[in-house]
Design a protein around this ligand. Structure first.
Ligand code: NAD
Ligand code: MLT
Length: 319
């Protein structure tokens, strides 16, 4: 595909909601040339983006230093979602390329998915469904646990963590929260108990993580932390693979220390070969936390509006 050079070339490299990019299609005053070309290999992407002004991605495309170097005209990278860990921010900054994301658009979807995963984990819903599909009417194996009166530890108390806590309180759970920026006043206002990671390990029946993947959060939950936890604890990760050490989690499940885990994200994605998926105590989804019609429209609208703002005013809302 050839990219026109006079107009502002916007290259959409991952599938985005068509309603979400409607603001771009409607911005006729800007002479935007919108190219949708998804599912490309790195080599294919590199060969197509020399004249691109804006590269718009979700999470499938990795915007490497090589991709950025090949896009000699690039001014802005838009990420339709929260995490910008698939973009080489250092390489972008060196070139003066602005990176924008959509920090709010999928908060509700990710929180709802987390609660769905926690409930499914507690009640063995995927395992029981699978068993039924295999012709069994097994009412003995899948005796679950209630959420009511259990303690949920929320680690990372930002947008999604807070929304998860609201919903968990609706299920009458006690919520412990840890975040380096959480104050006592804010915890009280939200009806949760401020705690350390260690206190969460010692007291929680369920632990859910909602931090970005940073050097400080990589392997935040590892064998030392599992050793501090209650026997039969259940873990949920709908944030980023690697916050919970996958090898240590595998061992902790096999040993019986951890009763189960619900995982939406993995160190390597697609995670079709992950050994955790061989364990019957693990339930999983293929990175679906933000996959709702509403969230996908919302994140794409937010990034589209920021692109339009950038070319109209030179500023953006979500750098
Ligand atoms: P956010 O920025 O609003 O919240 C993240 C919180 O983590 C912040 O409050 C921050 O202070 C806290 N934090 C940073 N370092 C920490 C540490 N060492 N220990 C504890 N807390 C720490 O982000 P968010 O929108 O709530 O997103 C949370 C995570 O969920 C991100 O990793 C994001 O990429 C991921 N996410 C995943 C999906 C999905 O599809 N599964 C969807 C949306 C977001
Ligand atoms: C995000 O960081 O926004 C999520 O992982 C969802 C996504 O990648 O689409």
């Amino acid at each position: 595909m050839t990219v026109a050079t006079k107009a502002i070339n916007i290259f959409i490299a991952d599938p985005l909601s068509e309603d979400g990019i409607a603001p771009l299609r409607a911005a006729t005053d800007l002479d935007l040339n919108i190219i949708v070309d998804t599912g490309l290999s790195q080599e294919e992407l590199i060969s197509k983006i020399a004249d691109v002004d804006v590269l718009l991605v979700r999470s499938q495309t990795t915007v490497t230093r090589e991709v950025i170097a090949a896009a000699t005209n690039l001014k802005l990278i838009g990420r339709a979602g929260v995490g910008v860990d698939n973009i080489d921010l250092t390489a972008a900054t060196e070139r003066g390329i602005i990176v924008v994301n959509a920090p709010d658009g999928n908060t509700n979807s990710a929180a709802e998915h987390t609660i769905a995963m926690m409930t499914s984990l507690a009640r063995y819903i995927p395992q029981a469904y699978n068993s039924l599909l295999n012709g069994k009417w097994d009412r003995k194996t899948y005796v679950g646990v209630e959420l009511k009166n259990k303690t949920l530890g929320v680690v990372g108390f930002g947008r999604i963590g807070v929304e998860v806590a609201h919903r968990a309180k609706g299920s009458r759970m006690n919520v412990l929260a840890y975040d380096p920026f959480l104050t006592e006043e804010r915890a009280q206002e939200l009806g949760v108990t401020k705690a350390t990671v260690e206190e969460i390990c010692e007291q929680a029946d369920f632990i859910t993580v909602h931090t970005p993947l940073l050097p400080e959060t990589r392997n935040l939950f590892n064998k030392e932390k599992f050793a501090m936890m209650k026997d039969g604890v259940r873990l949920i990760n709908c944030a980023r693979g690697g916050i919970i050490n996958e090898d240590d989690l595998y061992d902790a499940i096999v040993s019986g220390k951890v009763a189960g885990a619900a995982l939406d994200v993995f160190i390597e994605e697609p995670a079709t070969d992950n050994k955790l998926l061989t364990l019957p105590q693990v339930i999983a989804t293929p990175h679906l936390g933000a996959s709702t019609i509403e969230a996908q429209e919302s994140v794409a609208v937010d990034v589209s509006n920021d692109i339009i703002k950038f070319f109209n005013t030179g500023t953006v809302t979500n750098p």
